[in-house]
Ligand binder design. Structure first.
Ligand code: PEP
Ligand code: MN
Length: 351
């Protein structure tokens, strides 16, 4: 349920209404919007009549039920207003939001060594990326495949940030590593395979770094939003949802089926920002540009693209990785679509 306060409601009245609702056994959360304050109510709201609450105060404009099973992540919970996940990077604040330019996240699947991660960071920065991605802890289907360099790779990501000022996005696979990962990452990634690892979701929800929640490969949109709800319920409102392709029946030509329809669907259901990963979504470098452009046209707030200095030699996901040169070319194509939909930022000219 949400309680929409009239604009200009005195702070003391908002606190009074919130306190009163807390005594009813409900959790009352103050959500400050651009024009209004909304009090979000979570708990057993079914037993209360909105009209009963409406009588609390003449400053209450409306009391509305949230019809969805997910509450805090629902669009209704913020009375229709999009949330803005603001990430602080050495190069400045970056906004993931439908009201800001598309954010580009690029980098290798895995951090392999210092030279490659720093070089990739420099190249993707010059092409317009604001974030470097790179896995230190890699979820691999085979236990015999390269598992990532672990903690030492976190240090290499820190070196790449030092060299470029890019923000860092890297995955946490195990709650035991969360503190170390969060110490380096500007955004902590929860991968597709862990999307419903509820104990991990609670842990990332209880720390302060923004979380990138990738869609599980067999997750419905509702499963995914309920997973995000765990993170918000644990206290972290800064979640970005990443569509990275789902399993359908044909894996012969594309690794996954990139669900671009998820973009408008999420937009209507949730206030959280959206990212699309066409690299894992297709599994093939040659299909990445078309899907990246389509994702921008469909309204994504950000893109995650795998880039490797030598894809043929990559320790993971080489076939879907662009070279830095291909990424640079792609950003020029993306700029055309991004400008057409009013979502493109001026690329800084300094490398
Ligand atoms: C990745 O981003 O490298 C990754 C493993 O992604 P996903 O969890 O979407 O498979
Ligand atoms: Mn990968």
């Amino acid at each position: 349920m949400i309680v929409v306060m009239r604009s200009g409601t005195p702070e003391i009245e908002i606190s009074r209404v919130s306190k009163e609702l807390s005594t009813w056994g409900l959790t009352a959360e103050k959500i400050v919007g651009k024009h209004q304050v909304v009090i979000g109510l979570v708990g057993d709201t079914a037993q209360y009549d909105p009209l009963q609450i409406q009588e609390f105060s003449p400053w209450i404009e409306q009391v509305l039920r949230v019809g969805q099973p997910f509450k805090r992540v629902s669009r209704e919970y913020r009375h229709g207003e999009a949330s803005d996940v603001v990430v602080s990077t050495p190069n400045g604040l970056v906004h993931f939001s439908e009201h800001h330019p598309v954010v580009l996240v690029a980098g290798p699947c895995s951090v392999e060594n210092e030279a490659m991660i720093v070089e990739t960071a420099q190249r993707v920065k010059a092409a317009g990326a604001q974030f470097l991605r790179g896995g230190a802890f890699k979820p691999r289907t085979s236990p015999y495949a390269f598992q990532g360099h672990g903690e030492s790779a976190l240090g290499l990501l820190a070196a790449a940030r030092e060299a470029t000022g890019l923000g860092i996005i890297t995955e946490v696979m195990d709650a035991a590593d969360l503190e170390k990962v969060a110490a380096i990452a500007d955004v902590v990634q929860v991968g597709a395979r862990n999307m419903q690892n509820f104990s991990l979701l609670k842990r990332v929800g209880a720390q302060d770094k923004p979380v990138l929640l990738k869609r599980g490969m067999s997750a419905t949109i509702e499963d995914w939003l309920m997973a995000a709800e765990y993170i918000l319920a644990a206290g972290n409102p800064n979640v970005i949802l990443c569509e990275r392709g789902i399993r359908t029946f044909d894996r012969q030509y594309a690794r996954n089926t990139l669900d671009l329809a998820a973009i408008p669907v999420l937009r209507s259901l949730t206030h959280l920002p959206i990212m699309v990963d066409p690299s894992h979504g297709t599994g093939r470098a040659e299909y990445v540009p078309a899907m990246a452009m389509a994702a921008i046209a469909a309204g994504t707030d950000s893109l995650m693209i795998e880039v490797h200095p030598n894809p043929a030699k990559a320790l993971s996901d080489g076939p879907q990785s662009l070279t830095p040169g291909q990424f640079d070319e792609l950003t020029q194509q993306l700029a055309v679509v991004g400008k057409a939909v009013g979502r493109w930022a001026q690329i800084p000219t300094t490398a």
